[in-house]
Design a protein around this ligand. Sequence first.
Ligand code: GAP
Length: 515
Amino acid sequence: MQEDLFKRLVSHCKEYGFIYPSSELYDGLGGIYDYGPMGAELKNNIKEYWWKAIVQMHENIVGLDSAIFMHPKIWKASGHVDAFNDPLIDNKDSKKRYRADQLIEGEIDKLEAKINKEVEKARGRFENFDEAMFRSTNARVVEWANRADEIAKRLANAMRANDMADLKALIEELQIADPESGSRNWTEVRQFNLMFSTQLSNVAGEEGKLYLRPETAQGIFVNFLNVQKTTRQKVPFGIAQIGKAFRNEIVARQFIFRMREFEQMEMQFFVRPGTEMEWYEYWKAKRMAWHKAVSPAEKLRFKDHDNLAHYANAAVDVQFDFPFGFKELEGVHSRTDFDLGSHQALSGRKIQYFDPELNESYIPYVVETSVGVDRMFLAVLSNALVDETVPDAQGEDSTRTVLRIAPALAPVKCAVLPIVRNKEELVEKARNVFDRLKLNFPCQYDEKDAIGRRYRRQDAVGTPFCITIDFETMDNDTVTIRERDSMQQERVPVSKVVEIVREKTDMVRLLEGLG
Ligand code: GAP
């Protein structure tokens, strides 16, 4: 069922101009996607929602737009040259490459799926079913749960210790086969660095090696002093940026969930050492509220990291219930003074903040919030796409596909539809209304096909309002305005249309709810 939804989503994205596979003329390029006309609008709205909630609404957070290319030493200092690796394994028969940790996680997922199936079976059998009791007492479920737990612990330990041999041993013990070919003929597991690199034209060899940034955060760290001095911000304060990031993912999969070129919205919040856990909790709550304003609460949860990254002393994921299960949507990390401290050490330049209240200098600690634009896009769309049965013009059942996107994020805010296209004065009036609306919102004019089909086209891209110009408009300067979700129509004066659409689609509504 969920798998079907995912396939539907991918084809819907292509059909309605949200997302196309990149380089499709040449059979595509793995893990790279292009955003079409609807996708570009939705993506911009997501970025605007983030930027306004983070930068515009906080006096002590400022924006930045740093370059993608940076001095290669930055990636040495940040630890990415040495530690930004994934464990790679090849199948010798199929020649396919996999992430060893993901193959092992796949086994844990299988055990969890077996447990869930057993729970659902029992739920159907017993009245007043006590799920917690069943999970803790049913012998088979307990055995599978313990097994999943053991595997997860061993995986976490091997990853923490960089023990590639143990990952290989675990794959052999679990008798994991290549998901495509069924072969168990594996190579050894080895570390694979995820950074893409290129070369400067005027410097030969290692010295001229440049990396495409794998996170936007380092651009913020290396500009900390510039920004603090030019804005005279006092700790605690934040620097935010939105930008492209690149990772040579071994297995790019699940559509735009794991890409090789993607976009991040990151904010580094600089705090006094010792206060970072308070700020960590503060930003966890803030970021969850931001997500809940546009997605249902039951699709969101926190998941603490089992494995802390080399820079963190606490880390949590905001997970979203995607069609393929709960997965990371955003990370909130307490990054200590690792990054600023490392840049200070490697550059030999002092990166300190003089705190006038304490009368002392220190390297600030950092709490980071980091969310992928593309993952947010996938979360919004997968939650919004609905096929529903509704009455047609004759009162018969018909199916409509509707994107129930929060109106403030919708790519097109309203569509103007003349009821017929062969009446010149009616079309002229519709064009007039459209010209007025397009100054205010992304708006579409559509006169082709029967009105019902035009409504369906707008439903499928999530347009919150359709404005129909009909014969009555010519008499009394009123139009009908149809709301996407309820399909209710109301007759209103033309002079009120801009106000009505703005009231419902303005991002201010979303931001007000965030407090
Ligand atoms: N600066 C911290 C950092 O980059 P991360 O957890 O590796 O942390 C943050 O990435 C967010 O970036 C993730 O929660 C996810 O939304 C997004 N992201 C990471 N890798 C991605 C990929 N390959 N494709 C799409 N989005 C990705």
